[in-house]
Design a protein around this ligand. Structure first.
Ligand code: ASP
Length: 437
């Protein structure tokens, strides 16, 4: 069986086992002893341990992969001196897609009114927001003072700046530069192989993560916040299956169904980890190996997208804002909604690609339009599940923009993109039918 199939099966099995454990626990069909065993030794025991080791192994690869891959990419790009054009196109598309996502979310929420008639719940929630840093600080922080510190902290934007500078310098350094470029290209191969080696364990990791999370969450919280949950879900699906395909077709002429099908492994990873950052190794290798995007584009657009492009997160924030305004019976007016579009787009740039940050950044959006921050505590109950779905949308957005930019830069192998036999996400030239997947 191919790796992708195994991962998808593991996801389904993880969700099923999680739901079963949750049901057994809440319905108390089994005695306290058996429930205790399931809880202590499986859910918060084995599954938790395997899940965490899996996330650690993904995160382990992020910094070396982004640094090395982007140095190679920037080096190749600088030779054609297209860095500026590529960066501007990418940034523009990332910002525009996010603005569209949040507008769609607002529109849908205003039409469906998920919070109407629910004022009762607003009384007993509390939430302590962390103050968000001023914009100037955010800008200054993009520029590293110490590359080792940036890498140690996994500060993606600082690593990107350092890698771009280094790649540019390598391409301008003649013979020594060529030697170093050769070294980085070789290192890139080795690191990709490391990702591949770790991928073999992915199905177990995905299963453990989902079984653990779903067993603890269950579906109770969703029932209470059903309308909110469904509106966010609907907006996420419309954006992923409607807006992205349309955009891809219009701007690049590429077949959207092909892209969505080929990105499946990365989506499953994003869904089970709820972290765009931890998914970078998989997204990067999927767009390169399956969509045929050249490393010089992907190595820049994917880590950048995982850091600043969060369409799914913006959608949640849009719906949550409308929902909370309806709960508290506060009308924020047209100016309020425009402010939400602007702030949520910026908040998406500032949201780190790790679980749950989107909800913390929602505080910034609510604050801008004067809505009570306690509202966050109300939507918190269903946030983890929505986080999983929106992270999958976030990385789909990154891949769509990557494909558009790559196609326009002539940095895409169309044969690979259109090829119906799915290349392994991990190893060059291997097919899905191989043992490795
Ligand atoms: N978990 C999301 C991501 O990593 C961010 C968020 O919405 O909390 O993309």
């Amino acid at each position: 069986m191919g790796l992708t199939k195994k991962i998808v099966l593991a996801m389904v099995a993880g969700i099923a086992v999680g739901l079963l454990f949750n049901f057994l626990n809440t319905s108390q069909i089994l005695g306290a002893g058996v429930s205790g065993f399931i809880n202590n030794y499986l859910t918060t025991g084995l599954f938790d341990i395997v899940g965490r080791i899996f996330i650690a192994s993904l995160k382990l690869m992020v910094v070396p992969l982004v640094l090395v891959s982007l140095v190679c990419g920037a080096c190749a790009l600088s030779e054609g001196s297209r860095v500026g054009i590529l960066a501007s196109k990418t940034l523009l598309l990332y910002l525009c897609t996010t603005a569209v996502a949040i507008s769609l979310a607002l529109l849908l929420a205003l039409v469906i009114q998920p919070g109407a008639g629910m004022e009762v719940m607003a009384g007993d929630a509390s939430f302590e927001p962390k103050p968000s840093p001023p914009l100037s600080e955010v800008l200054i922080n993009i520029f590293p003072t110490n590359p080792v510190d940036a890498m140690a902290k996994g500060n993606m934007l600082q690593i990107i700046v350092f890698a771009l500078l280094m790649g540019y310098a390598i391409s301008r350094s003649g013979k020594p530069g060529q030697r170093i470029a050769g070294f980085f290209n070789d290192l890139n191969e080795v690191i990709m192989r490391m990702v591949g080696v770790l991928m073999v364990f992915a199905p177990y990791g995905v299963f453990a993560l989902l079984a653990n999370k779903i067993a603890q969450l269950g579906l109770d919280a969703i029932v209470q916040l059903m309308k909110y949950f469904l509106v966010v879900l609907a907006a996420l699906l419309i954006h992923a299956l409607g807006v992205y395909p349309l955009l891809l077709k219009l701007l690049s002429g590429l077949n959207p169904i092909q892209l969505l099908k080929k990105m499946r492994p990365a989506m499953v990873f994003a869904f089970s980890t709820a972290s765009s950052a931890a998914t970078i190794p998989v997204t990067l290798s999927t767009v390169e190996k399956r969509l045929g995007v050249d490393n010089k584009v992907a190595s820049f657009t994917i880590p950048l997208g995982a850091t600043i492009n969060m369409d799914g997160t913006a959608i949640m924030q849009g719906v949550a804002t409308v929902f909370i305004s309806q709960l508290y019976g506060i009308d924020i007016g047209l100016m309020g909604y425009l402010t939400v579009i602007l702030t949520a787009t910026l908040a998406s740039v500032g949201t780190a690609g790790v679980p749950g940050v989107g909800l913390i950044m929602l505080a910034m959006v609510l604050q801008q339009v004067g809505l009570p921050l306690e509202g966050i505590a109300i939507v918190m109950g269903v946030d983890r599940l929505l986080d999983m779905v929106r992270t999958a949308v976030n990385i789909t957005g990154d891949s769509v923009v990557t494909a558009i930019v790559a196609k326009s830069e002539g940095a895409m192998d169309l044969e690979t993109f259109n090829d119906d036999t799915y290349h392994s996400v991990m190893n060059d030239g291997e097919r899905n039918t191989s043992a490795a997947g």
